[in-house]
Design a protein around this ligand. Structure first.
Ligand SMILES: [Zn+2]
Length: 98
């Protein structure tokens, strides 16, 4: 059965999505999303898929993450060594405890 399919493609990086996006999740560019009609035979063979090769956990390269100490040893321990630049950490506590 032939049916029309729509994909949303980022004009900046070529990221394809089945849903419309205002901001590309891959390159973080705004308003680069355009609709592209995929017509004709829609089957798995005609759809271009990126080939993802699985790698062993041992082969995963460890990233050197710079952690900044909060000055609180216990908090640093919970955070895995400190705050990571560019990350967001939500820290909560019970009211009344100082
Ligand atoms: Zn993009």
């Amino acid at each position: 059965m032939a049916k029309a399919n729509t994909v949303f493609v980022c004009s900046n990086c070529g990221n394809e999505s089945s849903k419309w996006f205002g901001r590309c999740p891959v390159c973080n560019e705004w308003n680069t999303c355009y609709e592209e009609k995929v017509t004709g035979k829609v089957n798995n063979k005609s759809v271009t898929k990126k080939i993802v090769t699985p790698i062993k956990l041992n082969d995963v390269k460890k990233q050197d993450i710079v952690r900044t100490s909060t000055g609180f040893a216990e908090l640093d321990r919970v955070l895995g060594g400190g705050l990571v630049k560019g990350s967001l950490t939500l820290v909560g506590g019970e009211p009344g405890i100082r």
